[in-house]
Design a protein around this ligand. Structure first.
Ligand code: GDP
Ligand code: MG
Length: 172
C-alpha cells in the first residue's frame, strides 16, 4: 500500500493537533499515538497517511523548511477566529512554493483549512476569503471544527485524492 506523507502547518493555537487527534483517534483533545499514521479508505481504495503535526510556524523557522522538504502534501490551518493566522497561511504557502519549486516541483497538493467553525460569534475571517485563496492557488478549502468533528475527514480524504493524482501525473 502506498504511504503518503503530509504536514499540518499553521500558527500556534489554530487547532493543528486537535484536528490531527480528531482524525486519528476520533476524539477531542486527547493524547494519541505520536507516530500519527492512519490507514483508511478513500474512494474504496486503502491508503496509509503519515501526518506530521508541526509546532507553530513562528517559533521554528528552520524546522519548517525541513518539514516542507519531507512532506508531499500540506494541510494549511488557520483559525476562523484569528485573522493573524489567516495571514500566516500566505507566508507558509510562499515558503512551500520556494522550497518545492527549487526541487523542481509541479502542482503541490494543498488543502486550506479554516478551523473553529463552531465559534460562530468570534469569527474574523469570512468563508469567501478562504474560498478566494483556494481558487487563486488551485487547491481546496474546508471550514472545520475539531470540536464537533465537522469536515475533518473531508480534509484528509481530499489531500489523499490530490496526492494520488500527483503520483499519477509523475508517472506520465
Ligand atoms: P495547535 O497549536 O495548532 O496544535 O492547536 P491545538 O490543537 O493545541 O488547539 C489550541 C486550542 O484551540 C485548544 O486548547 C483547543 O481548545 C482549541 N481548539 C482547537 N480546535 C478547536 C475547534 O475546532 N473549536 C474550538 N472551539 N476550539 C478548538
Ligand atoms: Mg499542536
Amino acid at each position: 500500500m502506498r504511504v503518503f506523507q503530509c504536514a499540518v502547518m499553521g500558527s500556534g493555537g489554530v487547532g493543528k493537533s486537535a484536528i490531527t487527534v480528531r482524525f486519528i483517534n476520533g476524539s477531542y483533545l486527547e493524547w494519541y499515538d505520536p507516530t500519527n499514521r492512519k490507514q483508511f479508505n478513500v474512494d474504496n481504495q486503502p491508503c496509509l497517511l503519515e501526518i506530521l503535526d508541526t509546532a507553530g510556524i513562528d517559533q521554528y523557522l528552520t524546522l519548517n523548511d525541513m518539514f516542507i522538504r519531507e512532506s508531499e502534501g500540506f494541510i494549511l490551518v488557520f483559525s476562523l477566529c484569528q485573522r493573524d493566522s489567516f495571514e500566516e497561511v500566505l507566508r507558509t504557502y510562499d515558503a512551500i512554493q520556494r522550497i518545492k519549486l527549487s526541487e523542481g516541483g509541479r502542482i503541490i497538493p494543498i488543502v486550506i483549512v479554516g478551523n473553529k467553525s463552531d465559534l460562530i460569534d468570534e469569527r474574523e475571517v469570512d468563508t469567501t476569503e478562504g474560498e478566494k485563496l483556494s481558487l487563486n492557488w488551485n487547491c481546496s478549502y474546508y471550514e472545520t471544527s475539531a470540536r464537533t468533528s465537522i469536515n475533518i475527514n473531508s480534509v484528509f480524504e481530499d489531500i489523499v485524492r490530490q496526492l494520488r493524482k500527483n503520483e499519477l501525473s509523475k508517472r506520465q
